[in-house]
Design a protein around this ligand. Sequence first.
Ligand code: FRU
Length: 536
Amino acid sequence: SSADQPYRTAYHFQPPKNWMNDPNGPMIYKGLYHLFYQWNPKGAVWGNIVWAHSTSKDLVNWIPHEPAIYPSQPADMNGTWSGSATILPNGTPVILYTGINPANQQVQNIAFPKKASDPYLIEWVKTPKNPLMAPTASNMINASSFRDPTTAWVGPDGRWRVIIGSKRGRRGMAILYRSKDFIHWVKAQHPLHSAPNTGMWECPDFFPVSTVSPLGLDTSSNGPHVKHVLKVSLDDTRKEYYTIGTYDPSKKDVYTPDAGSVEGDLGLRFDYGKFYASKTFFDSAKNRRILWGWINESSSVEDDIKKGWSGLQAVPRVIWLDKSGKQLVQWPVMELEKLRTGRVDVPSKLLRGGSKFEVSGFTASQADVELSFEVKNLDKAEKFDPSWVKAQDLCTQKTATVKGGIGPFGIMALASKGLEEYTAIFFRIFKGTNNKYVVAMCSDQTKSSLNNSTDKANYGAFLDVDPAKEKLSLRTLIDRSIVESFGGEGKGCITARVYPTKAIGDGAHLYAFNYGAGDVLISSFSAWSMKKAQIN
Ligand code: FRU
């Protein structure tokens, strides 16, 4: 029951029980959305991994199916790890995934739907030709670092391309393979891209984005007004980074990040909190590209075993290129708004420096909150200290109760009545150089729980918003043990896992606060209770 399981979510995807990690093979087929995921049928810790499977008509309500892919042949006897789906030109999907063979080498395999007429794609079959790609004595591939094939795409020569995450020494890389028939794959001499000192690149994702429209593109799209995005999940730091760049398969068939892009500790991230092993797919029904990402627990392994499960998926997010061309923007799929109920509006008002107030009348433990601020007078903004290279450092030093000039202002979610517990999502505005302002968005978990065994690290992101000209918006999805925030209309996303002991059920409250010296205007503020979705 929900009383025994205060941290199980109402609308974030999760399995009925046990361990879940990466989203696998997301796609839409015959009008149905499919999500597979790395799942342990036997417990709440990683192991015995199979591809569990759920389908949905709306990306919100999901029904479970039997595992689709599990060890069944020599090429995957020791594991069926992450991979991706590709819709072939005749409309049928295929899945490429990583198998662990009896020698514990990582190899790439294919699976086909047994009956393509079945929209649920319940049964999958494999070919004895597996593995299709494998480390050999001559191809220099590191057999323990060769995994997670992407969705494949076709070049102008009609040949398929796919990348596989790998490393050579400390150089992370996306190994490129080509094929005429999807069965016989030939390794390209050069990786699609590589970077020194980044370690293993897990779960690469490679996709086109339009420079002129927020609509998504099919993975094989290319040409004018198209840029490409390469995302990698760095095993060393358990963080993801992406770059935006150029890719022309008719030239060298390599990807070149735009100047200033790096894979490493200062690069761009889909999410500056917890978010890993993510994967996008093109939704041909609504012409959008949708991002899934795994959110692991911040609780101890003992607590995970006690509660019998571990791992969530972030809400599916639409992802597109920002007008600046310099970053991506994300927003929860609009279908999620069907769950909103009992809207509460706060009339526009001035939030004076040093004040806070409660917003009530909705289910604060299970909510969608959308608000925006305007700062009419930025005179009190403190000088930005250039040593704050990473917003996370700034947000770790300056938690929600540290008074500033302009900010911190924002919300306290999953807050107990006496504020013994709360998770604060807020902004701070600083004066930078050249009369530019620096906007930091923070998610402060330091007071999120009286349970001291949980990870309470803080997260931060700098937002490319000009507070002298634009509103500063925040949308936060609160769902019992997850707080998923979108700042600056989706320019900065931060997801946190929290485990309140008092701020659960009716004990959860929500406050708006401004602990800065300067006043800020709340120009809009709406909160909704969220209905429970049907999830597995
Ligand atoms: C990423 C990952 C992948 C691998 C899978 C195994 O979280 O380690 O590289 O395929 O999980 O479950």
